[in-house]
Design a protein around this ligand. Structure first.
Ligand code: ASP
Ligand code: MG
Length: 414
């Protein structure tokens, strides 16, 4: 399986460059299924057009409100970007003597639920693709879309073509899913912050999942979860040079596991403190219930009990974009919860160290705390999982914290 992202198919020259990889695979005797994104920028344009069309509800010449936004029609529009690139790729391959044919998601047997705009894959009937590959023909499939249970085209949410590629690789039992993109692999941390960041040869699914959901934007998080569930080996690499990329695989394919593999960060954080709530059973439920019902995700949580032992401060984080909404929800439930006041701070960032090696090595968190303390960086909240320790710090310290930790865990390139 070879998947090419938007920058790798942005014009005919780039499509020709991508076709070179397909030709090389064919020459090596492989059977190749290709999944494509839309040309870079196209989907954004299509989304903007759909929104502009829906804005016509505000036409002063028309009385009364119009119908609610129709996500099935939105899907009709935004799914077209991928239909262009697969057709062009098939034409380029054929022009170069490589038998190829294009498939829409529906033609490829990829079926989804009816949640238009953010559909989930329900099943794949890989028969048509298998037949095509068995004839020695390259199958070129649209990413991002499938056939919904209502018989209409549905899209999988932004960035969804990674998920299409992994799902089709699983259905075909592909040996590997190569994701060609504009970066040449997965790094120990953001190379724009740490010049000595190293490209990883291999990373486990679990680590990649943490990296992706913590802000490393190489792969759609959902595609990593899917790859892990179906044991699809995913390689992230650049279509613009020939260097090997990073293999995302299971732990037993990695000979010598580092204790810490990478450092991720997110600036999309805001901190809320609910000050002086009564320290009684049910308070946490009273606070987080309304937030959950308003679909606001809460991440790190810290509770500290006050000196008198009767009231507590509850601190937690939400996505920065949801801060205002979260504050309004809490204000609305002030009497039911029973607190004194709210504090909010959106000048915070989350820095996380990630590594499956933590499961068998003690002291990882301690090294983190010590390193930050040595630089006088205050830790505002902590959360951990089996393979990750995250801390919340003032945003101005984000880069310093990442650099210090990168060195402390021995990740700097020699
Ligand atoms: N073209 C879609 C998007 O931009 C899907 C993808 O490229 O993954 O979101
Ligand atoms: Mg993408």
């Amino acid at each position: 399986m070879q998947k090419f992202g938007g920058t790798s198919v942005a014009d005919i020259d780039r499509i020709r460059n991508a076709a070179r990889r397909v030709r090389a695979g064919m020459a090596a005797g492989e059977r190749i299924c290709v999944v494509l994104s839309a040309m870079a920028g196209t989907t954004n344009q299509l989304v903007a057009w759909s929104e502009a069309a829906a804005e016509c509800r505000n036409d002063p010449a028309v009385p009364g409100p119009g119908a609610p936004f129709d996500w099935a029609e939105y899907d009709r529009v935004v799914a077209t970007g991928e239909e262009i690139t697969v057709g062009l790729m098939a034409l380029v391959l054929q022009a170069q003597g490589v038998p190829a044919r294009s498939f829409t998601g529906a033609e490829a047997g990829l079926r989804t639920d009816e949640a238009h705009g953010k559909a989930r894959i329900e099943a794949i009937d890989a028969g048509p693709l298998r037949d095509c590959l068995a004839r020695g023909t390259v199958a070129v499939v649209t990413g991002f879309q499938g056939l919904a249970a209502d018989g209409r085209v549905a899209t999988l949410g932004r960035g969804g073509s990674d998920t299409s590629a992994v799902a089709l690789a699983a259905a075909l039992g592909a040996e590997r899913c190569d994701i060609f993109t504009d970066v040449d692999g997965v790094y120990t941390t953001d190379p724009r912050i740490v010049a000595r960041a190293r490209k990883l040869d291999r990373i486990t699914y679990e680590e990649m999942l943490e990296m992706a959901s913590l802000g490393a934007k190489v792969l759609q998080t959902r595609s990593v979860a899917l790859a892990m569930a179906h044991n699809v080996r995913v390689q992230v690499l650049s279509s613009f040079d020939d260097a090997p990329g990073t293999l995302v695989c299971s732990e037993d394919e990695i000979m010598e596991q580092q204790i810490v593999s990478g450092i991720a960060y997110s600036r999309d954080e805001a901190r809320i403190t609910v000050a002086q709530v009564n320290d009684r059973p049910g308070v946490a439920a009273a606070i987080f219930g309304p937030l959950a019902r308003a679909n606001i995700n809460v991440d790190m949580i810290v509770q500290s009990v006050s000196r008198d032992g009767r009231s507590a401060n509850l601190t937690f984080t939400v996505a920065r974009s949801e801060l205002a909404r979260a504050m309004a929800e809490l204000e609305e439930h002030r009497t039911a919860v029973g607190f004194d006041h709210l504090l909010a701070d959106d000048n915070v960032a989350k820095v996380s160290v990630i590594g499956v090696g933590m499961r068998s090595h003690a002291g990882v968190a301690h090294t983190m705390f010590e390193t930050l303390a040595a630089k006088g960086i205050n830790i505002q909240a902590i959360s951990t999982s089996e393979i990750k320790v995250s801390v919340l710090v003032a945003e101005e310290y984000t880069e310093l914290a990442i650099r210090m930790l990168h060195t402390a865990y021995g990740l700097d390139r020699a």
